[in-house]
Design a protein around this ligand. Structure first.
Ligand code: SAH
Ligand code: DHB
Ligand code: MG
Length: 223
């Protein structure tokens, strides 16, 4: 078996035992694909990790940047109490429509609000509303803006909040100084910001699986 075949088989095995037969999530993926959305949602085990992290965090308010078809949104929103709130920012009206249907089918539409537009427009508008701070921020949109999203996350959180950044490895490209792709540069800037910011304590973990070789960064806002 090739290495990536092992990664697929192990993800399938973990999903079958640790997150089996999830109708709402499977339907969300099916409908996203039927609607022509790219197949770039977090994997089932990664999504379950997001849900567990949000539960461990005791999150009541979650901010997501990059909704796609709402797969990670559903995983995160399932961790919320009945009076919790998840705001998800999505550039594409089409993606947002597909996501809204998927989230409603999962029974989570009372907890989730999708805001359509470029996140760098939506974030200052959100900040103007003086929202209660978010306990968890999941950054998973256009990677070139990752450092800006981290800065906004810092403005919108409190001591103890958790900031998660997806896709920080990209098959190792993050560590190649000759790679000047905007998304890679944005991710490198975000990692360096997480590491140098006095209000953050951070790490990053490499992952393999159905999504290939990639990883997450995790940062906790200091007191
Ligand atoms: N979090 C999702 C995957 C998100 S894919 C999941 O794991 O299920 C990235 C999403 O970010 C896409 O839907 C894309 O349309 C959106 N996006 C890209 N640029 C954006 C921007 N500037 N503002 C907000 N969303 C953006
Ligand atoms: C891409 C974006 C993602 O958020 C992801 O998880 C995987 C791939 C992409 O733009 O290729
Ligand atoms: Mg992603």
């Amino acid at each position: 078996m090739s290495e990536s075949k092992h990664w697929d088989a192990v993800d399938a095995y973990f999903t079958a035992h640790l997150a089996p037969d999830d109708e709402a999530l499977e339907a969300a993926l099916r409908d996203s694909e039927a609607a022509g959305l790219p197949r770039i949602a977090v994997s089932a085990p990664q999504g379950k990790l997001l849900q567990l992290l949000a539960q461990i965090q005791g999150a009541r308010r979650i901010l997501e940047v990059g909704t796609l078809g709402g797969y990670s949104t559903i995983q995160l929103a399932r961790s919320l109490p009945a009076d919790g709130r998840l705001i998800s920012l999505e550039y594409s009206p089409h993606h947002a429509e597909v996501a809204a249907r998927n989230i409603a089918r999962a029974g989570l539409d009372q907890l989730v609000e999708i805001r359509v537009g470029a996140a760098l427009d939506s974030l200052p508008r959100l900040a103007d509303e003086n929202p209660a701070p978010f306990d968890l921020v999941f950054i998973d949109a256009d990677k070139e803006n990752n450092p800006h999203y981290v800065e906004w996350a810092l403005k919108l959180t409190h001591a103890g909040s958790l900031i998660i950044v997806d896709n920080v490895v990209r098959s190792g490209r993050v560590a190649d100084p000759d790679d000047t792709d905007r998304d890679v540069v944005g991710t490198r800037e975000a990692i360096e910001l997480l590491g140098s910011h006095p209000r953050l304590s951070a790490t990053a973990i490499q992952t393999v699986g159905t999504k290939g070789y990639d990883g997450f960064a995790l940062a906790r806002v200091r007191s």
